[in-house]
Ligand binder design. Structure first.
Ligand code: FMN
Length: 325
């Protein structure tokens, strides 16, 4: 399937694997890229630019297809050395970067000079337009359904995607709640040129995370995520567990006076414990409502082949049938 996104990144299928903390290692990125999508290494999971350079080199040994790196500009206690991370990306010959969080404008000249295509993840039309104005090549439009940080506007993709299509000139992918061929065809119908998936790719054979995480996603329904940290304006959609219930109780008790320190034990340093050790009660971790649509743990190739076959069948048979009246 050819779209503006497959053309932009030189990939076979319009499917991107979003950056995910402690999930987006070389193994997953290479598997997605080998299956014809765009795999993404999560830059900041690598503690230093040198470690990121090694992860890129490892990925390069596992695939000769294009892959990207995610750079997340979130409010953190200590600002990571972004220019050095970008240098590692450039020297690793990576030509696609997914930025997320704060405005990436400051770092665009360094990336553009190296011929890198930048796709910025946004949760609103106004941020998407800003990304277009500052020179991003594409946008990943992340709806309210998404795992991770959906922003503070709470606009679901049935509204957000066509609104983005009304305003944007650069191509965009639909992100948040995407799982299968139905998602892809719907995304295309709403004006996107492809889709980005997070949670779905965690429940794959190659995702280098503990099996407990994959099984938790398969077992979860669409009712099992919660939003936390709203009053800090850092809303995160997470899978419900005991620490998340505790966070919600603390949030109710403290109200507007909540500080990050109040929930530090439940939200800081959680990812290695959950993703590597499989300690499912270690704290809050991002997960999308799309868990309700995830019922198995296929390989990335099985997943992507299935999505594309279903999408083609939907377009050629189901939709064509309605078109004939
Ligand atoms: C466990 C997990 C960790 C994530 N970590 C990051 C991250 O570090 N940076 C980022 O930009 N997005 C991150 N995301 C968001 C994903 O890249 C993607 O935008 C989101 O998962 C899409 O929604 P979906 O889960 O419904 O597919 C994360 C998502 C999950 C589920």
């Amino acid at each position: 399937m050819k779209t503006r996104i497959t053309e932009l990144f030189g990939i076979e299928h319009p499917i991107i694997q979003g950056g995910m903390h402690y999930v987006g290692f070389a193994e997953l990125a290479a598997a997605v890229s080998n299956a014809g999508g765009l795999g993404i290494i999560t830059g900041l999971t690598q503690k230093t630019p040198e470690l990121l350079a090694k992860e890129i080199a490892k990925c390069r040994e596992m695939t000769d297809k294009p892959f990207g790196v995610n750079l997340t500009f979130l409010p953190t206690f200590a600002t990571p050395p972004y220019p050095e991370y970008i240098q590692a990306i450039i020297e690793g010959g990576v030509k696609a970067v997914e930025t997320a969080g704060r405005n990436p404008e400051k770092y665009l000249p360094q990336m553009k000079a190296a011929g890198i295509k930048v796709i910025h993840k946004c949760t609103s039309v106004r941020h998407s337009l800003k990304a277009e104005a500052i020179g991003c090549d594409a946008v990943s439009v992340d709806g309210f359904e998404c795992g991770g940080h959906p922003g503070e506007d709470d606009i679901p993709n049935f509204i957000l995607l066509p609104r983005a299509a009304e305003e944007l000139k650069i191509p965009f992918v639909a992100s948040g709640g995407m799982a299968d061929g139905r998602s892809l065809v719907a995304a295309l119908a709403l004006g996107a040129d492809g889709m980005n998936m997070g949670t779905r790719f965690i429940a794959t054979k190659e995702a280098p995370v503990h099996d407990n995480v994959k099984q938790a996603i398969v077992a979860a329904s669409e009712l099992d995520t919660r939003l936390i940290m709203r009053s800090l304006r850092n809303t995160e959609r997470v899978l419900v567990n005991e620490p998340v219930e505790r966070v919600m109780q603390i949030e109710r008790d403290k109200g507007a006076a909540l500080k990050i320190e109040d929930i530090y034990d439940e939200v800081a340093g959680v990812y290695p414990k959950v993703m590597i050790d499989g300690a499912m009660q270690a704290g809050a971790w991002s997960c999308g409502m799309v868990a309700g649509l995830i019922h198995d743990v296929p390989s990335c190739k099985e997943l992507i082949d299935r999505i594309m076959a279903e999408a083609h069948q939907l377009i050629a048979e189901r939709l064509a049938r309605f078109d004939r009246g």
